[in-house]
Design a protein around this ligand. Structure first.
Ligand code: CP
Ligand code: NVA
Length: 305
């Protein structure tokens, strides 16, 4: 592993190694603290969009390892505007030991990785969100003790988070059913890639326009915002189109009785998820958010140590 840009680039063994590492680092941390394996090392964090979880979990992860993180705000370097993406990569990678970037265009991440001397980690792009996908399988594994054969229903926008879940599920042998409105399906190439991974792992990947059909028998029910960062001008129309896809008590009742409800956050309460579900007994959203810290530490340890 040289960079961490997409779970599609990793073998199932590599993903499992990260999950095992995350589990070990989490228990080490909870037992008193991690070893300073990144002492003297630094992570440059480029953000083109806002963040709570990604920013703070990476920053604290570096601190727990004895290292240092530098937050670079959206207005600071204006990636590709004030300076070309290759030049940012060339310069920043002479100062730091790793780069984490949250960008609009995934092509910019690929370019950063191409011109950087140090590993590049995807902190979310319009294409995918691998740190989230890794965290999500880690969280299900932690809660259920297994992954293979479980079914995740993703109800909502076929977006970046959905893409990383499709790659994670199809690589690790979990089944995944996606339900989205017309025009908001996961990209055809992502579905095709996931189907190819699934044919090797034995997972079943399916798509339907009917949320209740996707949710039937689901062990995990997952949703994300209807309007991703950068799509704010289409929020009003999305609120109408996605209404039948809201994760509410009726939809939860259509899943397995012990279903785990997940959301990458930030949540828009009353839109894609209701308060009673988000705060209800089936919700694990805050354990999931916490696990960003532990899963990303595995990535940092693998790439920077
Ligand atoms: N889930 C997630 O990536 O959250 P932030 O946008 O707050 O980083
Ligand atoms: N799909 C959302 C995820 C936020 C963590 C977005 O891109 O805004």
């Amino acid at each position: 592993m040289k960079h961490f840009l997409s779970l599609a680039d990793l073998s199932d063994e590599e993903i499992w190694a990260l999950l095992e590492k995350a589990r070990a680092l989490k228990s080490e941390y909870l037992a008193g603290g991690n070893k300073p394996i990144l002492q003297g090392k630094s992570l440059g964090m480029i953000f083109q969009k806002p963040s709570l979880r990604t920013r703070v979990s990476f920053e604290m992860g570096m601190e727990h390892f004895g290292g240092h993180a530098i937050y670079i705000s959206p207005n600071e370097i204006r990636l590709g505007e004030r300076e070309s993406v290759p030049d940012v990569a060339r310069v920043l990678s002479r100062y730091v030991n790793g780069i984490m970037a949250r960008v609009f265009a995934h092509a910019d991440l690929i370019m950063l990785a191409e011109y950087s001397r140090v590993p590049v980690i995807n902190g979310l792009s319009d294409y995918n969100h691998p740190c989230q996908g890794l965290t999500d399988v880690f969280t299900v594994w932690e809660k259920r003790g297994e992954l293979r054969g479980l079914k995740l229903a993703y109800v909502g926008d076929g977006n970046n988070v959905c893409t990383s879940l499709l790659f994670a599920m199809s690589k690790l042998g979990m089944h995944m059913a996606v339900a989205s409105p017309k025009g908001y399906e996961p990209p055809a190439d992502v579905m095709a890639q996931a189907q190819a991974f699934a044919s090797r792992s034995g997972s079943r990947i399916s798509f339907t326009y009917d949320p209740r059909e996707a949710v039937a028998g689901a062990d995990v029910l997952y949703t994300d915002t209807w309007t991703s960062m950068g799509q704010e001008d289409t929020a009003a129309i999305r609120r109408q189109v996605f209404q039948p896809y809201q994760v509410n008590a009726q939809l939860v009742a259509a899943a397995a009785s012990d279903v785990l409800v997940m959301h990458c956050l930030p949540a828009h309460r009353g839109e894609e998820i209701t308060d009673d579900v988000m705060d209800g007994p089936r919700s694990i959203v805050f354990d999931q958010a916490e696990n960003r810290l532990h899963a990303q530490k595995a990535v940092l340890a693998e790439l920077l140590a």
